[in-house]
Write a protein that binds this ligand. Sequence first.
Ligand SMILES: [Zn+2]
Ligand SMILES: [Zn+2]
Length: 276
Amino acid sequence: MSVLATPVHVSEQLPSQASGQLFFASLGSGSQGNATLVSDGITRVLVDCGFTLKETEQRLARLGVSACQLDAILVTHEHGDHIGGVGPLARRYKLPVYLTPGTWRAGKLGRIAPQQLFWITPQQRFALVSLTIDPITVPHDAREPVQFCFSTDACRLGLLTDLGHASAHVISAFRGCDALLLECNHDTQLLQEGPYPASLKRRVGGRWGHLANRQAAQLLQQLGLDRLQHIVCSHLSEQNNRPELVLESLCPLLDGDESRLTIATQHHGKDWQSIC
Ligand SMILES: [Zn+2]
Ligand SMILES: [Zn+2]
């Protein structure tokens, strides 16, 4: 079931205008917790929340946002670094939660009032106030995982983490973005030589795990870089990656224009970026 919802909260505008632009910011990204803010100046949504309620409020405040200004929480999948803080935040602020039935059935969300739940159907575009949202199936070891593209008349933003490989479907769906928050989870050699048990190395490096730096670079080449104003590297493993290795993999693709490339960190996330 796909739902076109009337949100509980209608935001004050922050950023302060709707002009076809999109704005996004990361509250933090990595295996300890993920959350991303997306706004067009009218509607403001949080994608995932892997932080405690107090930490979420503090991280939102750092970006000039109060949780009561959110219109909804969108959930990509049931892993704890994405869903751990969704239930407390939704209950405290009575926020609508959008997720696939599979993610809900995985049972990690806790008690949520039925009127706060809205089903996402993968590949079925939906509107949330002024935002147009495409939920896109990704290859990841969760029940029914999706990632998202957000569109206005003028531009398109892709959020793409937690995928084991770049399927043809993913490449097709994320083509034409003006900005991309992209997983650069691990360096293949660091993962293989690192402290993880063999089973976890297989899981992280497998086709249903997480994207390596070189896979992220290949994906960017397949998507085309000309249109991308911002590439925000995210979900870096603290054990199996280093920012300089990410830059080493991706910078050669940028023809010297490395200002387009930034990294969302676990502790500080990424400040607001605007596109178009
Ligand atoms: Zn994750
Ligand atoms: Zn995951």
